[in-house]
Design a protein around this ligand. Structure first.
Ligand code: DAH
Length: 360
């Protein structure tokens, strides 16, 4: 049995010395493989007397077990060492500043929302907010759109389901930012000067319509507000937003249930060579809806229409962004395509201000 001890010692050393997985496998095969030394010894058992076999058999089995255990231990040690090495090599300093080329960008919708907010803030308008899931009273009734009014159909409304047996009118995804007028009036009363930027929803989808888009609502209420104030505010806004010295607006008589009188507003522009130039040329571009707040709307907001009056307007942020920054397809706004976002996005550090420049 002395040669078994020597064989064991030799193989244990080979296993312990194996520097990697391959070397360990070679050592395993040399000892325990089909043609390994232990297998050859096993074969010798057949030639032994039963008495010899009785001691040699268990001894060989014990040797096999011992070698297998040594191999498993060595394999675990090698795996630990490999992990240690990886942790050492792939060490990452998470306190390092982000690399420039990986920096995210500000979406044109966010950028334009910031620009619009900065311009109106400068004219004394605060920002008001309302929920995107809105009751149909705020979205329609309070804005002088009763249930039978045809404007309800035109809004392509998304309705939220009520539980079975609940017969109250369903909530809606707000179809415009106008309900925020009512909420702001109820919360603050008059006088009031607010804008309400935010998401709105309509069931519509093509090159110029997406089921979710963005509007800004404007509302000014005081004792003697007139259409002239509305016109001045909108002209100021267009001059600042399009960064031109002169703009010309055209008020076209229109109809909205929540304003009386109502006007759609067009901006003089030229599209020569496919380039938009504001304030010159012979084209007119519709940019918003507006009017004097309907007495019923003031009353729904808890404001006495005999004491107060005001103007309101609503414009589409996405369309403003497309116009100002030359973006052709609205649908791309919401595709989350990184190449598009890098191309049309804005630096997070360029916060739009009237004095520092709005952007672009
Ligand atoms: N809410 C209207 C829409 O989504 C836009 C609008 C028109 C808002 C006239 C107003 C307004 O405040 O006076 O189509």
């Amino acid at each position: 049995m002395d040669d078994l001890e020597a064989l064991k010692a030799r193989h244990l050393v080979a296993v312990a010395d194996a520097a990697d997985e391959d070397a360990l496998e070679a050592a395993r095969l040399a000892a325990l493989g089909k043609k390994g030394e232990v297998a050859l010894k096993m074969r010798e058992l057949g030639k032994m007397t039963p008495e010899e076999r009785q001691t040699a058999g268990p001894a060989l089995n014990a040797l096999k077990d011992e070698l297998n255990a040594a191999i498993a231990a060595r394999r675990a040690a090698l795996a630990d060492a490999a992990l240690e090495a990886r942790l050492r090599d792939e060490w990452l300093d998470v306190t390092l500043p982000a690399r420039d080329r990986r920096a995210g960008t500000i979406h044109p919708v966010s950028q334009v929302t910031e620009e619009v907010t900065a311009i109106f803030a400068d004219m004394g308008f605060a920002v008001a907010e309302g929920p995107q899931v809105e009751s149909d009273w705020f979205n329609f009734d309070a804005l002088n759109i009763p249930p039978e009014h045809p404007a309800r159909q035109e809004h392509d409304t998304f309705f939220m389901h009520r539980a079975d047996g609940d017969n109250r009118p369903p909530h809606v995804l707000r179809t415009h930012t106008s309900p925020v007028q009512i909420r702001a009036m109820q919360a603050h009363g008059a006088p009031l000067r607010v804008i309400a930027p935010g998401r709105v929803y309509r069931c519509d989808y093509d090159q110029t319509h997406t089921p979710m888009f963005h509007q800004v609502e404007g509302l000014a209420i005081d004792r003697d507000i007139s259409m002239a104030h509305l016109k001045w505010v909108l002209e100021e806004f267009c001059r600042a937003f399009f960064e031109v010295d002169e703009v010309e607006l055209r008020f076209r008589a229109s109809h909205f249930p929540f304003t009386e009188p109502s006007a759609e507003v067009d901006l003089r522009c030229s599209w020569a060579d496919g380039q938009l130039k504001v304030g010159e040329g012979d084209d007119w571009m519709e940019i918003l809806g507006s009017g004097m707040v309907h007495p019923k709307v003031l009353a729904a907001g808890g404001i006495d229409p005999d004491q107060w009056q005001g103007f309101a307007f609503g414009l589409g942020i996405d369309r403003l962004a497309m116009l100002k920054y030359g973006i052709p397809d609205l649908r791309a706004f919401f595709d989350s395509d990184l190449r598009w976002l890098r191309h049309y996005g804005f630096s997070a550090l360029d916060v739009p201000t009237l004095r520092g420049g709005l952007g672009g």
